[in-house]
Design a protein around this ligand. Sequence first.
Ligand code: SAH
Ligand code: SF4
Length: 348
Amino acid sequence: MTQEIYLSKKDIIKYLKTTNAEEIKYLFDKANALTEKLRGNKIHFRGIIEFSNYCEKNCFYCGLRRDSKIERYLMTKDEILNCAKFCHEKNYGSLVLQSGEITTNKRLDFLIDIISTIKEKYNLGMTLSLGEMPKNSLQKLFDAGGHRYLLRIETSNESLYKKLHPKNHSFKNRLKTLDNLRDIGFQVGTGVMIGLPFQTYEDLANDILFFKKMDIDMLGMGPYVADEKAPLYKNAPILKDAFMLSLKMVALSRLYLKDVNIAATTAMQTFDKKGREKAMTAGANILMPIVTPTHLRKNYMIYSNKPCVEDTKEQCFNCITARLRSINKEMGQNQYGDSLHFHKRIQK
Ligand code: SAH
Ligand code: SF4
């Protein structure tokens, strides 16, 4: 199992299309073997704090879009720090601060204060997932102590991107923001949704080539889940079985990109109760247990049927550690679990 396989774009498309159980098992086993060679059986945690659902954007697929009639919230500094304290006490090592996109100076100042306080009090690794921002704002968040940033390109096909977003949402700006993040010194994460309306196998293969071309350090991908609050709901996807395709995308990305961090995302669990475990035995090495207070989770429904909405952060901790045991993996306690690719990249 240790012998590496090399994939061309044609091979990637072949694996995306295959329904042959043996070929699929071979792919997942190869990806898992490479992950274990790089990381042993360690899975690194990032407790995710979904601290606000206000959003200036109107992406056609998302339940938090500006036009969505949902109850909006912004957690207080104390509430956020309380979640960070929980991540520290549970030895998660890292957290993610995620929200809708808000570009006001007031929000920037709030974030700088929160990030620097978390850094000082708990020294946790911090991934930010806040959407697009001007370069000077991103620089301030980096200086405050954020060192990883997750900004999905959503799809690397510009014409498909245009079908998924209103006219004033710019693909070029999203690309530029990824470049800015790299220039500033962030570990850069991106990713796509899988099984989107209009999306083809070729698009997905090109996404993997795009990740390589962009020299990205981290990946967060998952199935597109139709949400009745969002207008894309009315367009049926062309590709079938977004969950299986998502597992294959994880495995193929591991084999193609090798040393990047890849998340077993929460959306993986929407279509399959063991979705995240399956992703972690097919190339994923990162888990993002939700630590958002339970009473707010129902208002952070990016998509329908989001898992873990009724649970407390303690239940998420217990559930996830049991899930890891079931696949013979364990938490990398108190470690940042940084992207190996990032460290190699900055030494060049
Ligand atoms: N506002 C930030 C972060 C929050 S949204 C941003 O957009 O970057 C985080 C991710 O949720 C998005 O990048 C998108 O890929 C995903 N998402 C949104 N709607 C979704 C849906 N209907 N199904 C699956 N994932 C979705
Ligand atoms: Fe806002 Fe992000 Fe949802 Fe787009 S995907 S509407 S930016 S929360």
